[in-house]
Unconditional design. Sequence first.
Length: 475
Amino acid sequence: MSVKKIITRFAPSPTGFLHIGGARTALFNYYFAKSLNGEFHLRIEDTDKIRSTKEATNAIIEGLNWLEIQHDGEIIFQSANEEHHIKAAHKLLESQFAYKCYSTKEELETLRTKALKTGKSFRSPYRNKKLELNKPYTIRFRVPDGNTQIEDLVQGSINWDNTNFDDFVLLRADGTPTYMLAVVVDDHDMNITHVVRGDDHLINAGRQAMVYEALGWTIPTWAHLSLIHGPDGKKLSKRHGALSVQEYRDMGYLPSGLKNYLLKLGWSHGDDELYFDEQSITKVFSMKGVNSAPARLDFDKMDYINGQHIMRENDETLLSLLTTVIKSKNEYKLNGALTKRLLDAMPSLKSRSKNIIDLADQAEYLLLSRPLHFTENNKKTFRKNGALDHLSALTFKLKCLEGPEWNNDNIQQVIESYLEAKNIGFGKLGQPVRVALTGGKPSPDLSLVLNYLGKSEALLRLQDTIDTYKDLNEE
């Protein structure tokens, strides 16, 4: 007996950017399908001709591409399937699962107000009338008596009393299909086996299940994901910070890091493991690990996970991302020597960075042009008792390291030997040397700073400071 291939889809409306909630839905669909050797498709639901834009479509595709979510086959545009939508509506009309409603906009408002006051669902006065009037009409679904039940992979068994459902519109008065009809027809035509989406669509599953049954089509398996909430437990909004995938990209997150974090929002592998790469996610992802409780954004955890991905990322890849950020700031001109300095220092830089913007901040000390500029606070460091004497003496000892001797271990040995010989603590030497080399910019261990700057650049920076401040008096 052959096993039916799993086919999922991500179906965004092109009315704005790719929201991180939508991105998470796409990821769950993608990895669920891939983990079972299935297919993942992209459908753009562009039937709202007023709000749908090409720019939004491009933004969605760009966001998915950046996240490296690759869909199977061609992109499906819902508007291209309008003929099938209309055909399905008329099939429902012919089988009496739908009817023509001739109520005007004003009449509908009155009827809805009345239904609301009585606590009943909307039922059109044309529901049980077989009339052919020469006036505009919508085609409405005739909600049947009884109950509608679905089995959801995340939410469990859900049962609705059909009296809670309005007779919803399938075709508008202008002949265009509504979302409620189009999504059913498209999922059927695309052979979608599993509909994985946000639980704000859970009530729609009840309506759509009735349409599937009326058309005699197999109902797909449902999986409705909890929505993402802000750290305060409230519905995610602009007040919580960045909302679009592109914003997180511009904030310096890696696609692998953001993917990993979004997948961990509401999904677990049965343990506390946080780091997953592409191969391991595909291997272990399952809908069984999806939690039905709302997921809260945790920016500290997001930073931690992204930092783990930066630690494991290829140095050349990080260099490319880093140079893009540096060039965008237009503060430093990169050349071959500076680029090599950045690459050599990458193991240290990435160990101290949560994102690419952090990486650029950590790298700044490597890019400074001589002579370095110091703040008034920096200058106070050189006025402390013996600071410049220690600076001069250490510079002299460092000059003795020749060629390959200039490395982290040897530099560290020179520093430790000097401290021991002078019987002083590291602070008296380390602070003025660090400021002279970095201008007070973020930096790693002093021996690493000297090593990554290279002998020539490091000694010149030290000598610049000695020459400039040698006449300072002790405070």
